[in-house]
Design a protein around this ligand. Structure first.
Ligand code: SF4
Length: 338
């Protein structure tokens, strides 16, 4: 047995939660399953009232299996994540019809039931039958991530794999049900998300996050990439009667420094008309092409190309077919689409 398991088992004797409404001796698997499903994404204090009402209306598996779905949904109303209630009902029907009303005893058969993941299946086996099974709910993830300073966010498969490995490593072959309840309880009552109470924690001696004073760095938060600023501009694509396009050399500093590009301006009709008249008084807009995004490392640029008929112009006009000038990628894209 690992040090963590031994310490948690001792701690549980005086400090574990033993009077939750779904705890009984001998354990009632139907109650354990209901509570485990209700506790997904929901706190114990919220679940207690719903659990008691549910048990009153559907005292056992066959009562739940026989129930009308709208009655099940009505008693679930307010708990959220309603697929949980629908799956609960489906599972009750399957267990009643295919397993004689008794939960199967193998992990693979339990996870095949609607709405039951590997951790809930582990809890059903462990808490319901004291079989050697591991769990990895939100509380357990947090405790293990801190105890072992597991780097990376849970959204990464490698992190979850590592946490499952650790969960199995610490799962004892004896007193499995007590250990499962104890590790859930320490996460819910001591190793809480924001203010872990390390001074009373029975596993602090070997907790790597505590030893390094990094409790709040674990579990690691998901890195939120700040969204890039967005800029908009129009490219004025002048085309003369020889089907040549106008390009101007950009200043050597700044974006696309030294490359050849279209004239550009803000996407405001007055500014656009002024710029066109300045370029060629006889020019007229032919059409606007669809806006597209060009990504820079520090911002996104939305470009709207405007194709303009520019009769009589020739200076800095180049044939599109044999263009030898260096042009930025979005300019090249527009030229190719012409
Ligand atoms: S010592 Fe602190 S961080 Fe470590 S498991 Fe205990 S409460 Fe959590």
């Amino acid at each position: 047995m690992t040090e963590l398991a031994r310490e948690l088992l001792i701690w549980f004797e005086d400090n574990g939660r033993k009077n939750l409404p779904w705890q009984s001796s001998p354990p009632n698997i139907y109650h354990i399953w209901l509570s485990e499903v209700m506790l997904q994404q929901t706190q114990v204090v919220t679940v207690i009232g719903y659990f008691n009402a549910f048990i009153k209306a559907f005292p056992d598996m066959s009562a739940l299996a026989r129930a009308r779905e709208d009655k099940v949904m009505a008693l679930w109303a307010g708990l959220g994540y309603y697929s949980r209630a629908r799956n609960l009902h489906k599972t009750a029907k399957i267990i009643s019809s295919q397993y004689g009303g008794v939960f199967p005893k193998s992990h693979s058969e339990i996870v095949a039931l609607p709405g039951i993941g590997p951790s809930t299946a582990g809890a059903i086996l462990s808490l319901g039958s004291n079989l050697e099974a591991s769990i990895l709910d939100g509380n357990v993830k947090r405790v293990l991530a801190r105890y072992h300073r597991v780097k990376g966010h849970y959204s990464k498969t490698t992190v979850v794999k590592e946490l499952w490995r650790l969960a199995r490593l610490h799962t004892p072959s004896e007193k499995n049900a007590v250990y499962t309840q104890a590790i859930m309880d320490i996460g819910a009552t001591v190793c809480t998300p924001k203010n872990p109470n390390c001074s009373i924690c029975p596993i602090s001696r070997h907790c790597e996050a505590f030893i390094n004073n990094e409790q709040l760095y674990f579990p690691e938060k998901k890195i939120k990439r700040p969204s890039k600023p967005e800029k908009n501009l129009v490219f004025l694509v002048y085309v003369n009667e020889k089907n040549e396009i106008f390009l101007a050399k950009r200043p050597s500093s700044g974006i696309w420094g030294g490359l050849w590009s279209f004239e550009e301006c803000q996407d405001k009709s007055k500014i656009v008309s002024k710029a066109i008249k300045r370029h060629n008084r006889s020019a007229t807009i032919l059409r606007r092409l669809e806006k597209f995004k060009h990504t820079f490392s520090h911002y996104n640029l939305w470009i709207t190309p405007i194709i303009i008929d520019s009769p009589g112009s020739s200076k800095n006009y180049f044939p599109t077919t044999s263009l030898t000038k260096g042009v930025p990628a979005p300019v090249k894209k527009i030229i190719q689409s012409l």
